[in-house]
Design a protein around this ligand. Structure first.
Ligand code: IMP
Ligand code: MG
Length: 170
C-alpha cells in the first residue's frame, strides 16, 4: 500500500471551492454560466463548484490527452462532448495547471467557436513547472512542485476518489 499524506484536507478544500463559487457568482451577476469540465480530473471540482453557484449553470464535458513526443508533449482532444458555445459565457474548469500546455492549446481552440466570453478556473496551480506561460482567472490553491492525487486527480487512474488532495510519500 502506498503511504498517502494529506496536502489539502477536505474541509479546507470545500471552504475554498465555496469562496471560488461566490467570486464567480459576483462576476457573472445573473448571467447563465456554461462550465466546461475537463475530464476526468475536474469532475469532483466541477460538481462542488456548480452546487455553490446560484446562477443558471450548465455543465458540459470534454476530454483531452497529452502525448509525450521526442522532446515535447502534444495535447490532443480525444472527446468533444460540447454543444455550441457560440455567444455563451464559458468557464473552463481544470484540476491543475502544470506546464500550461493543455490550456495553451484549449483556450485558442475554443475561442474559434466564438463564445461571448471565456475564462479559466483551476483548483490547483504549480507555477514553478510552467513550460509555456499561462495564468488562470480563478485559482483555488498554488502548490509546490509535488505530484498530487485525490479529489479527481489520479496516479495511473488510481486515487481519484480521495476526498482530499494528497501525495504519495516515497
Ligand atoms: P499541463 O498541460 O502540463 O498544464 O497539464 C495539466 C494536466 O496534467 C492536468 O490536467 C492533469 O491531468 C495532469 N497533471 C499535472 N500535474 C499533475 C499532478 O500533480 N497530479 C495529477 N495530474 C497532474
Ligand atoms: Mg487534466
Amino acid at each position: 500500500m502506498d503511504n498517502i499524506k494529506v496536502l489539502i484536507d477536505e474541509e479546507k478544500l470545500q471552504k475554498r471551492v465555496k469562496e471560488l463559487a461566490k467570486e464567480i457568482e459576483k462576476d457573472y451577476k445573473d448571467k447563465e454560466i456554461n462550465l466546461i469540465c475537463i475530464l476526468k480530473g475536474s469532475i469532483f471540482f466541477t460538481c462542488d463548484l456548480a452546487k455553490n453557484i446560484n446562477n443558471n449553470v450548465k455543465i458540459d464535458f470534454l476530454r483531452l490527452a497529452s502525448y509525450e513526443g521526442e522532446n515535447s508533449s502534444k495535447v490532443k482532444l480525444v472527446a468533444n462532448l460540447l454543444p455550441s458555445i457560440e455567444n455563451k459565457d464559458v468557464i473552463i474548469i481544470e484540476d491543475i495547471i502544470d506546464t500550461g500546455k493543455t490550456l495553451n492549446y484549449l483556450v485558442p481552440y475554443l475561442k474559434k467557436e466564438n463564445p461571448k466570453s471565456i475564462k479559466v478556473c483551476t483548483l490547483l496551480d504549480k507555477p514553478s513547472r510552467r513550460a509555456v506561460s499561462f495564468k488562470a482567472d480563478y485559482t483555488g490553491f498554488e502548490i509546490e512542485d509535488k505530484f498530487v492525487i485525490g479529489y479527481g486527480l489520479d496516479f495511473d487512474q488510481d486515487y481519484r476518489n480521495l476526498p482530499f488532495i494528497g501525495y504519495i510519500e516515497k
